[in-house]
Design a protein around this ligand. Sequence first.
Ligand code: HEM
Length: 150
Amino acid sequence: MTGYIMEFLTEYYKWFLAFHVISVISWMAGMLYLPRLFVYHTRLEVGSEASEMFKEMELKLMKIIINPAMASAWIFGLSMAFGQELWGQGWFQLKFLLVIIMSGFHGYLSLWRRQFSQDKNTHSEKFFRQVNEIPAILMIFIVLLVILKF
Ligand code: HEM
């Protein structure tokens, strides 16, 4: 059984890689854009028409792009990782740690989105501007790790 699975993972490796990169691009696009929406949302009056429109944009971005993209980035990434001996390599261990932190950040985005949707946001515009840097910095280090493997 495991033999067949390994054969399947090796045969379709390039396909997994392609879909991994597609998923990662979509995940990152959403993770960089959502905090920007939060920045502008903090300027809007609670209950205003604009605020309600932002709630809908935030919900759709999360449910249609960010959540499915994260799930598929994990599925294709893990499929590639189980097909080869990567777990003992330093660069991969560090990438894995950074990806877990990225997923944790995803969790916080979810929380802040829920708070906005219930008109219970407590964070400032400056706060969202600053946290917007986190996924960008993580992404730079992750890409350097997978490409340079140092
Ligand atoms: C979600 C969990 C993730 C897992 C389990 C994972 C795992 C992997 C694995 C096993 C590979 C193949 C590495 C190799 O054999 O060289 C890979 C490639 C890659 N990953 Fe991820 N990854 C994840 C998330 C990410 C994220 C968040 C990014 C970028 C922000 C990313 C960017 C890349 C890139 C650019 C490649 C292509 C490297 C190449 O072969 O040229 N991955 N990933």
